[in-house]
Design a protein around this ligand. Structure first.
Ligand code: HEC
Length: 135
């Protein structure tokens, strides 16, 4: 009987630890992503994420972010060129691949843009997802 009591207490402990870990690591990822953004994206997409009309599409409230995570990861890993419609406006620019960033940095910057300037998506993008898509 006593053993069961100990096991249940342990189980409760492990489950609550896991439940708490997720939001903490997401907050950390977003915070790290802010630096990655400042160093690698801000020149084009601007500090406020609004881009530059006619040249660089906005990331703030961009409908592109509603696409599956795979598409977002690929923009960073492979770059993006040719016609692209963002919030109803057609862009035709060139974004160079940012594949020199680590899997972690790419996951962090995506978690950051997914949760900044009014964007909200608390489902984390994980470094393992980035790794899978590397050519
Ligand atoms: C040299 C300028 C440049 C840099 C640096 C750059 N981008 Fe882009 N980005 C662009 C352009 C231009 C497009 C649109 C390309 C097209 O028209 O096909 C784009 C498209 C995007 C899109 C999809 C469209 C949208 O607005 O939602 C996302 C998301 C994005 N970039 C995120 C990033 C992130 C994150 C970084 C930093 C890791 C970054 N970009 C760095 C120029 C840049």
């Amino acid at each position: 009987m006593k053993r069961w009591a100990i096991i249940s207490v342990l189980l409760v402990f492990v489950f609550s630890a896991v439940a708490f870990m997720q939001p903490v690591s997401m907050a950390k990822s977003i915070a790290n992503g802010k630096n990655v953004y400042a160093n690698n994206c801000m020149n084009c997409h601007m500090e406020d994420g609004k881009g530059l009309e006619g040249a660089f599409p906005p990331i703030a409230k961009s409908d592109f972010l509603k696409r599956p995570p795979k598409d977002l990861i690929n923009v960073i890993l492979k770059g993006q060129s040719g016609e692209l419609k963002v919030n109803g406006v057609v862009y035709n620019g060139v974004m160079p691949a940012q594949d020199y960033l680590s899997d972690e940095e790419i996951a962090d910057v995506l978690n950051y843009i997914n949760n900044s300037w009014g964007n909200k998506n608390l489902k984390p993008i994980l470094p393992s997802q980035v790794k899978q898509l590397r050519p």
